[in-house]
Design a protein around this ligand. Sequence first.
Ligand SMILES: NCc1[nH]cc(CCC(=O)O)c1CC(=O)O
Length: 319
Amino acid sequence: MTERALRLGTRRSKLAMAQSGQVAEAVQQVTGRTVELVEITTYGDTSREHLAQIGGTGVFVAALRDALARDEVDFAVHSLKDLPTAQPDELTLAAVPVREDPRDIMVARDGMTFPELPEGARVGTGSPRRMAQLNAYARSHGMTIETVPIRGNIDTRIGYVHKGELDAVVLAAAGLSRVGRIDEVTDFLSVDTVLPAPGQGALAIECAAHNASLAAALAELDDPYTRAAVTAERSLLAALEAGCSAPVGALADLLADGQIVKEMRLRGVVGTTDGSTLVQLSTTGPVPKTETQAMALGRELAAEMLAKGAAGLMGERAL
Ligand SMILES: NCc1[nH]cc(CCC(=O)O)c1CC(=O)O
């Protein structure tokens, strides 16, 4: 007997469709079952308000989770950086596949890199994390830039540059790469300049907790290193009591000696959006073997950052 198709809930945006399509194919491979896409409209897609004004955390995610809860879909794919740090009991984070390039990138007019931008350049980003770090770099390099809040999908955001309304926009490399526009990047921002959002570049595959057999099948797509890294990053974010629109950057990576993986490093940053103050720290520890160990790494760095005054820099947090 053939089993029915698995229903994958997805947003309708080009980015969501691209990442869901990729995951659908991978799931078909590992389960041998057909996967059909079920389109769901989320509040984040329809609202014209700035993300920060409607509360940031989880607006893209809630409608997909509702569809899971109502059993209208069997599983869903989220951009991991959009997931709230608290995992609901009734849902399982079944897989975190291998992460794409976690960096932020710039698309600027005339092929310019960030340091090449002219005096007073207008740079589109509504992300407090990006604003804080771009402004901090500008200050320390004698540049002046004006960050301009923008919203909309990737095509809309790049459109501000092509239409001449902005000198540059800053976006995630992973998003551009998934929608096939990575060749329009004019500068890949070093993580030393702009640390990405916790979980950036990674996907989250979620299903109902009671569907243990599906969770086990989806777990084939899990990459343990990516999962450990994003778990540490999100634990840092949670321990700072910050949301996904807070001015917090975090990135965990593996430190290797030749072919031998030695340690995991976790870097974190918090700053004021004007870039006048940044708290930027890093810690290393043994490569986490359990979720508990990965979370401990994040909490440890958060404690160090809080001791250096991180909490006082998040006054604008979530808003
Ligand atoms: N905040 C929106 C968002 N959520 C996920 C991505 C794509 C990158 C990713 O999957 O991490 C983007 C776009 C962006 O930040 O440029």
